[in-house]
Design a protein around this ligand. Structure first.
Ligand code: FES
Length: 679
């Protein structure tokens, strides 16, 4: 058999040259008669699955030969234009349950012109579309590959099973002496016995055999995890197809030891075993998320063979068990800034015993691997437009620039937008209020709760079952209170607005009732207090000043596009984010919300190995800007606390508020609010 990695040499004027067109890609060319269709496809750059290396045993390299005259391609294709299926091919097709009419491209040899369809399940290097406001195609080319091998029973004088496998890996796949995980070697004899000599190998980066299974297995699983200071999000992916199989999320259990990154560092440094406790807490949470996600996908955590982690610098250090002490003081030097590859079991992750973990690099002391994930997902470094990306989390991170120069900064936002330190805050889970509308005319309130399709005004109270407020609900509530005049630009509640929902909260401070006792699961009203509004002011001012800092450094007065990212549950409401002054004023059509871009970036790195190299390069290239500590910065922060800002003009916001009041007067408000939900 020819080496599958070397395209055959063609003589264009040879009489044995045949024209072959592959669908659906439409790639075509002339190939030499006698070549296998698999080799023909490779020579033309068409990817066809093959996990047995063309040995005719995996049944993955399926193609369909089209019959008839195809004027579009100026050829006549026929099943007779390939060698006929022999007994071996028929039996492997029967064994793998392949339908009649399907040929195995490694066993079908070209005899004449052909139009060949590669069914979707046989297409290698497939693409998946990242579903977000900005759709992005991810080329599926993971660091994990599968290889199916068949070993004859050993005879006297034969080499070891391992050596015979290594010889097959070199001859079939061109792999030079990959190592074997001990756990994989241990399972080899039983797998060979059970598979009657047929075993599937899971290979990491063409360098290490990390798992051996009996028979055919071709759907290795990977887990991408965004470790936020307050919440974790995990994405379980099929590394073969790129499909997202399950998404799970949880609060970061480290919250028990401190709400923000500085308090976590203090706990890690000052408490005996503190660092180990924080490490174990987050690893335990990732194990739980993996167990939930694999259960949803009818799989087992043992099937996870690769994992990508992202998180801010402190989360990164604690997940790896590294000492975060230096991140707590100038010059904020991390222990490790580059990408880290580790064995999952060394971190305590209960995946497959041979599973690997890749942690994306950090950009700077306080701009972490999560921000590198955002860059992979949003690709500001490949664009001409100047883009401002605001990743809203407990430790907010901001990017500004384009392909010429990209700047980043971190912003101590606090956990308000993740539902923590808010009186009735909670993570985005069933029962959380995720959307809020307040009629500025009648002060009527409509809420939408996760798990309910309808707004509260369309449901009887007892069906609403509100439990608390998640990040997107908190942001919307504050913006709506401000637009309705219930909260003044200073952030103080306006007692002159006459509403029965303006009450004294649990600790006697002014509060606004978002869900009444009848609408809540607890039987007590769900409120937003004066302190909650203040937390939102501090958070939004930190982000706004951070953006201003980068714009000044980059020498721009305005940006071409603003991207709002964050693990909010529903997409962050771009209009309301601007109304409270979280982002600079600009036409609304220049603002997009993309959901958890850091998590999307982790998923991209999981599915595409070359994106890991790109991440390493861009992390080094992005310039980190540190906020000056002098008075001017403090003054800017204080000026950014009011809604939308003490002195900066916000003409687009003023117009939006005026339009909203008009809509309220004409009674169209709640229908408008629902439409806005589909931004
Ligand atoms: Fe495995 Fe053809 S490549 S059967």
């Amino acid at each position: 058999m020819s080496n599958p990695f070397e395209p055959p040499l063609l003589k264009p004027d040879s009489p044995e040259i045949c024209k072959v067109v592959f669908q659906p890609s439409g790639q075509s060319g002339k190939v030499k008669a006698g070549l296998s269709l698999l080799d023909a496809a490779r020579s033309l750059g068409v990817g066809i699955e093959s996990i047995c290396g063309g040995a005719g045993t995996c049944g993955k390299c399926q193609v369909i030969i089209e019959e008839g005259r195809f004027a579009k391609y100026d050829l006549t294709s026929s099943a007779d234009h390939v060698s006929s299926a022999d007994q071996d091919e028929r039996s492997i097709c029967a064994r793998r349950g392949l339908s009649n009419g399907v040929r195995l491209s490694c066993l079908a040899h070209v005899k004449g012109d052909l139009l060949v369809t590669v069914p979707e399940e046989a297409q290698a290097n497939r693409q998946v579309v990242r579903k977000a406001a900005t759709e992005r195609v991810i080329q599926v080319d993971p660091i994990i590959r599968m290889a199916l091998l068949t070993l004859d029973p050993p005879i006297l004088g034969d080499r070891s099973d391992q050596e015979r496998i290594l010889a097959l890996l070199e001859s079939r796949f061109g792999l030079k002496a990959p190592t074997f995980e001990l756990t994989a070697l241990k399972s080899l004899p039983a797998a060979l016995r059970e598979g009657h000599g047929e075993v599937s190998l899971t290979i990491w980066n063409d360098q290490a055999v990390i798992r051996v299974q009996a028979g055919l297995h071709d759907t290795p699983l990977g887990l991408a995890v965004d470790i936020g200071s307050t919440s974790l999000a995990a994405y379980l992916c099929d590394l073969h197809s790129g499909a997202l199989l399950a998404t799970t999320s949880a609060m970061n259990p480290q919250v028990t030891y401190g709400d923000d990154i500085m308090s976590r560092i203090s706990y890690a440094v000052e408490t005996p075993n503190g660092r180990e406790r924080l490490h174990r807490a987050v690893i335990h949470a990732i194990n739980e998320l993996a167990a939930q996600a694999t259960a949803q996908a009818n799989a087992a955590a043992e099937d996870i063979v690769d994992c990508v982690l992202v998180g801010n610098s402190v989360m990164h250090h604690l997940a790896l068990g590294l000492d975060p002490a230096q991140l707590g003081h100038l010059p904020f030097a991390p222990v490790a800034g580059g990408a880290v590859d580790a064995n999952a079991r060394d971190l305590g992750l209960k995946f497959n015993p041979g599973a690997r973990v890749h942690v994306l690099p950090l950009e700077a002391g306080y701009v972490g691997a999560d921000n590198v994930g955002v860059i992979l997902a949003e690709e500001p470094h490949k664009q001409d437009d100047i883009v401002l990306i605001v990743d809203v989390g407990t430790n907010g991170e901001i990017l500004l620039g384009n392909r010429e120069r990209l700047l980043c900064a971190s912003s101590p936002t606090g956990p308000a937008f993740e539902g923590a330190q808010i009186t009735h805050g909670m993570r985005a889970a069933p029962g959380a209020i995720e959307r809020v509308r307040i009629d500025p005319h009648t002060l009527e309130v409509a809420i939408k709760v996760i798990g309910q399709e309808h707004w509260s005004v369309e449901l009887p109270d007892e069906q609403i079952q509100a439990r608390g407020i998640c990040g997107s609900g908190i942001l919307e509530a504050v913006a709506e209170l401000f637009m309705a005049g219930l909260v003044q630009p200073s952030g103080k509640f306006n007692s002159k607005r006459n509403s029965p929902r303006l009450i004294r909260g649990p600790k006697g401070q002014p509060a606004f009732v978002l869900a009444t006792a009848e609408q809540s699961v607890t039987g007590s009203p769900i409120v937003l207090t004066q302190g909650d509004v203040r937390s939102v002011q501090l958070a939004k001012a930190a982000l706004y000043v951070g953006a201003q800092l980068l714009m000044k450094e980059r020498g721009v007065q305005q940006v071409d596009r603003i991207v709002l990212a964050g693990a909010f549950g529903s997409l962050i409401d771009r209009q309301r984010a601007m109304i409270i002054g979280m982002i600079p004023d600009c036409p609304l059509d220049r603002v997009i919300a993309v959901g958890n871009a850091a998590g999307d970036g982790a998923r991209i790195a999981l599915l595409n190995k070359s994106s890991r190299t790109e991440a390493a390069q861009v992390a080094r290239w992005t310039e980190h800007i540190t906020a000056p500590l002098e008075t001017e910065f403090q003054e800017q922060f204080v000026a950014a606390l009011p809604f939308p800002h003490a002195s900066h003009p916000f003409p687009n916001v003023q117009r939006m508020i005026a339009e909203r009041r008009e809509a309220a007067r004409s009674g169209e408000l709640f229908s408008q609010g629902e439409a806005e939900n589909d931004q």
